[in-house]
Design a protein around this ligand. Sequence first.
Ligand SMILES: N[C@@H](CCC(=O)N[C@@H](CS)C(=O)NCC(=O)O)C(=O)O
Length: 172
Amino acid sequence: MHSLRLISSSSTGPIYRLIYFNLKGRAETSRMMFKVAGVEFEDFRIDQKRWQNLTPVVAPQGILPVLEVNGKKLPQSGAINRYIARELGFYGCNNWEASRIDAVVETIGDCLHDLDIWWMIRDLDVRNKLQKHHEGKLIPKALARLDQLLEENMKAEDFLWVTRFPWQTFML
Ligand SMILES: N[C@@H](CCC(=O)N[C@@H](CS)C(=O)NCC(=O)O)C(=O)O
């Protein structure tokens, strides 16, 4: 078993450990935020073969990612990303900006949800048909909505985020 070493972001800052599989998947946005902000965290990657044995210890809910902050556990990638974004300054400058960022994140989420469904289908015929539908309709529509939101955000005069990445950037 890996030693559960703790790394501090500074002598006084919180101790972060991000636990996930050795994949980008649902943890890469969080990893990128830590890296770009220059905040140390333990990038704890679990070998999928050993996952069943480790589950109760590292992930009481049986799913990853889990973020530990000073030993306290937070599940759900959306909650983890928002927590890190707020802590490290990637969530706009006010409630309006945060909500505009959320709108982009949710639009990306719609797309990922469709891809998740496609990915789960094992029947190749059904999968290919769905892929055509996704490529022809769903994804272009979602991307058009995304473009529209991003353009509006960039034009908005009251938007101060040009000085700091919004966390949606790390999902794109
Ligand atoms: N909504 C959750 C979904 C988490 C999830 O499904 N994680 C998968 C890996 S991507 C998992 O832990 N699977 C292990 C298992 O089901 O045994 C999130 O976004 O964190």
